[in-house]
Design a protein around this ligand. Structure first.
Ligand code: DAK
Length: 257
């Protein structure tokens, strides 16, 4: 099916997804989320692509769920569409996703950014969960991911007042990796993507897997999980190649085996 709301590009080893509804500040409708998730899943299966950059435009990563669509939703429709299942599928993507965020990242847009593994923000980026202003609350991870990133008190203030924070504030509180000028956030995200894509893909995948586990387990269980992934890597050709390359003083050629 042709894609309506996103632009997909491939610059192997980097896959790029650009949210493309500029007239409504990249508001997320149901169809758009489906397009993002299905593209991420397709990239995950493509051996030529190692990292995805998810971006919008300079003015908006996304101003959140499409309020016009949402305003007409009934509980029955929400249940039938099972939109949460779609968001949950994003959690299963094994390759790293870098969010290149400029302008508004609000509501579902902030949640989408936080579903990425790394966030490069432009100086104009604004993060917020303004759902409270329209009589609802975050529904796609905002209360959980924002709280884990910022701590209880800041998350509570942001979610209960609906106020935005600037890119610099987000950086100070650990919500984004770094802030760069608006002219370079996208290039910076791609540069980082290429840097990660150079590593062994199985090690990258298992490391991502183990980091995400830290949000779901206690320390002991997390350490067990890490150890299992660590052992697994000793069965890969990439591990042998990586270590041999170090000994030979050359760069490693990882094959993802
Ligand atoms: N939805 C639909 N249209 C939007 C929009 C949105 N979220 N945000 C902006 N637009 C549209 C505006 O209606 C306007 O369209 P026209 O009037 O030109 O036709 C155009 O984009 C430009 O917006 P403004 O004229 O408002 O631009 P300003 O620069 O004055 O203001 C703003 C920018 C971002 C401060 C403002 O547009 C704004 O407050 N937007 C709404 C932000 C917001 O409340 N976001 C949270 C939405 S609720 C779920 C998962 C997730 C969610 C729900 C369910 N499930 C899994 C079921 C998430 C919910 C949300 O995100």
């Amino acid at each position: 099916m042709p894609l309506e709301h996103i632009i997909v590009e491939q610059e192997p080893p980097v896959g790029i997804i650009r949210i493309n509804r500029p007239k409504v500040l990249n508001a997320l409708n149901f169809h758009l989320i489906r397009e993002i998730v299905e593209t991420l899943e397709a990239f995950d299966k493509d051996d030529g692509l190692k990292v995805t950059v998810l971006t919008g435009n300079d003015d908006a990563f996304s101003a959140g769920a499409d309020i016009k669509e949402l305003s007409e939703a009934t509980p029955v429709e929400l249940i039938k569409r099972n939109q949460f299942a779609l968001w949950d599928r994003m959690k299963k993507i094994s390759k790293p996703i870098i969010g290149a965020v400029s302008g508004y990242a609000l509501g579902g847009g902030c949640e989408l950014a936080m579903a990425c593994d790394i966030i490069i923000a432009s100086e104009t980026a604004k993060f917020g969960q303004p759902e409270i202003n329209i009589g609802i609350m975050p529904g796609a991870g905002g209360t959980q991911r924002l709280t884990r990133a910022l701590g209880k008190y800041r998350a509570m203030e942001m979610i209960l007042t609906g106020q935005h924070i600037t890119a610099r504030e987000a950086e100070k509180h650990g919500l984004v990796n770094r802030v760069v000028p608006v002219e370079s956030y996208y290039q910076e995200a791609k540069k980082l993507a290429r840097q990660i894509a150079d590593k062994g893909p199985i090690a990258t995948r298992l490391a991502k897997d183990a980091i995400l586990k830290a949000f779901e387990t206690g320390l002991d269980e997390g350490l067990q999980f890490e150890r299992r992934n660590f052992y697994l890597l000793f069965s890969t050709e990439d591990m042998k190649e990586g270590m041999q390359a170090f000994i030979d003083k050359r760069s490693a050629q990882f094959k993802g085996r």
